[in-house]
Write a protein that binds this ligand. Structure first.
Ligand code: SAM
Length: 473
């Protein structure tokens, strides 16, 4: 039954294969010889299969876990360097016809404030986001063919790209909307989106159907096969994710890697990113109602194992996680984080007050401003990056993967990160952040290996000081 190349959800995410994988992982959780050989294979930095990675996830040997963390840190350094890309979610509308039991946007929720941004509202939201320094957004919307049809999403994307406030610009719009048709994916591609993100929520079909009792999202196959349709529609950067807490994490982890293997097998390119959200408290949602919550230790182990299993796939941590948890997992392989996020509709221009009826999707755990996040990242030794160059230079899909596999990040992404950080420091940073950032840029310019690239980067940084913007390699 199991066939990574099949286009049928139940064949590329075969329940039987996942169960066998988990049994194999249980049988070998103390098989140190096998575990050592898997870690050895991971050291080649070309990834692991879902079976191999599942054995490591089942392993509880402290020394082996330490080795896994160490390797994850090394792979992160080799492929991604010390850059962390920043983005913000933008909630367009929370109208939704689905019945997802973990999400407060579910149709039966009558007390949440239903809101949908007009194009004028979007101008206000995006202006506020630009004034913070954001260059990259992920747009979010509930599923509602009447209130949020594809035309509304497309018009919103056009509006977002058109807004130029002071030196601000949104240069990449990623899209997290419900599974849709090939034709609609093609329209999104033509609208110039970056990554199409869709969380699977759970790979376990039976649970999936119970967790999505009503609405179009109930259809497991349609949802699970969405990335294939997106790729058929020409989108070659897709972002996977599981909502941890809904089902057994070991099942989800195997499913997630099988999904990545499937995309690689069928389309020749794996997922661009993987997100690892955990269920959070929201309006009428209590995370304690879900039995499969995972501890911070398991969460960190999953992050490290994703990093060593799919080294070329970016990993995203949102503000669902606290500063402490983010700090813990950053070195284990995270490449992108959101900052200063608002999960309410219209929340950037007009933050909701505590006594107002909320429109938010979930409670944010990291409430810091973007400047605080940038400052914090630099103090931890990271380069905050607002880079959007790859997608704008057409380096998407396998072209980005090639750059990553050839470890050209230091000659390309590294200077791009420094130049976009420089823009941030010039236009938006607080005094202390600016000071730390300037010193960091001076230091990090020296780490560019190619002398010509280094020279050019110096010149661009100088030109940014002189008022020019938007340089990229
Ligand atoms: N409605 C679209 C869909 O169905 O995919 C858009 C995505 S929704 C705005 C973004 C994601 O938030 C969902 O895919 C889900 O994983 C996550 N989410 C929903 N409720 C949540 C909660 N209570 N805590 C944390 N994340 C949640």
């Amino acid at each position: 039954m199991y066939d990574a190349k099949s286009l049928k959800a139940e064949e590329f995410i075969s329940d039987e294969e996942i169960k066998e994988t988990l049994a194999y992982a249980d049988a070998n959780r103390e098989n140190i010889k096998l575990i050592d050989s898997i870690i050895e294979k991971a050291r080649e930095k070309k990834g692991l299969s879902h079976r191999e990675a599942s054995v490591l996830l089942a392993c509880e040997d402290e020394e082996k876990i330490r080795q896994i963390y160490e390797l994850a840190e090394q792979i992160k350094k080799d492929y991604y360097g010390n850059r962390i890309v920043l983005f913000a979610p933008l909630y367009l509308s929370n109208y939704c016809v689905n019945g997802c039991v973990y999400c407060p946007y579910h149709m039966k929720n009558k007390h949440i404030a239903r809101k949908k941004l007009t194009q004028e509202d979007i101008v206000r939201e995006v202006t506020a986001l630009q004034d913070m320094g954001h260059k990259r957004l992920a747009i979010e919307a509930g599923e509602d063919p009447v209130n949020n049809p594809i035309e509304y999403i497309l018009e919103s994307i056009k509006t977002i790209y058109s807004i130029k406030h002071k030196n601000g610009a949104i240069r990449r719009v990623n899209v997290n909307i419900a599974a849709t048709t090939v034709e609609n994916y093609r329209k999104l591609k033509d609208a110039g989106i970056g990554t199409y993100i869709l969380f699977q929520e759970t790979y376990h079909k039976e649970s999936y159907e119970k967790l999505h009792p009503t609405g179009p999202k109930h259809d497991y196959a349609y949802h699970t096969e969405a990335m294939d349709r997106a790729m058929e529609g020409g989108i070659d950067d897709v972002g996977l994710g599981v909502l941890f807490g809904l089902e057994m994490y070991r099942y989800e982890f195997a499913g997630l890697l099988m999904h990545a293997e499937h995309l690689e097998a069928v389309h020749g390119v794996g997922p661009h990113t993987i997100s690892v959200p955990r269920v959070k408290h929201a309006d009428d949602i209590d995370p304690a109602a879900f039995d499969n919550g995972i501890s911070d230790d398991i969460f960190a182990k999953i992050c490290a194992l994703i990093r060593i299993s799919v080294p070329y796939t970016g990993m995203i941590i949102s503000t669902r996680e606290s500063q402490t948890v983010r700090e813990r997992v950053l070195p284990l392989g995270v490449s992108q984080i959101s900052g200063a996020s608002r999960t309410s509709v219209g929340g950037y221009a007009e933050p909701e007050t505590p006594d107002e009826v909320t429109s938010a999707q979930f409670d944010v755990s990291d409430n810091r401003t973007l400047d605080e996040v940038v400052n914090w990242l630099m103090k931890l030794g990271y380069i905050p990056s607002f880079c959007t160059a790859c997608y704008r230079e057409g380096r998407t899909g396998d072209r980005f993967m090639t750059l990553c596999k050839n470890m050209q990040i230091l000659n390309c992404c590294h200077p791009n990160a420094l130049m976009t950080l420089k823009e941030y420091l010039e236009d938006y940073a607080g005094e202390e952040t600016r000071k730390i950032g300037m010193a960091l840029i001076d230091r990090e310019l020296e780490n560019i290996p190619n002398p010509k690239v280094k020279q050019k980067a110096y010149e661009c940084i100088h030109d940014i000081e002189g008022g020019q913007r938007d340089f990229r390699f």
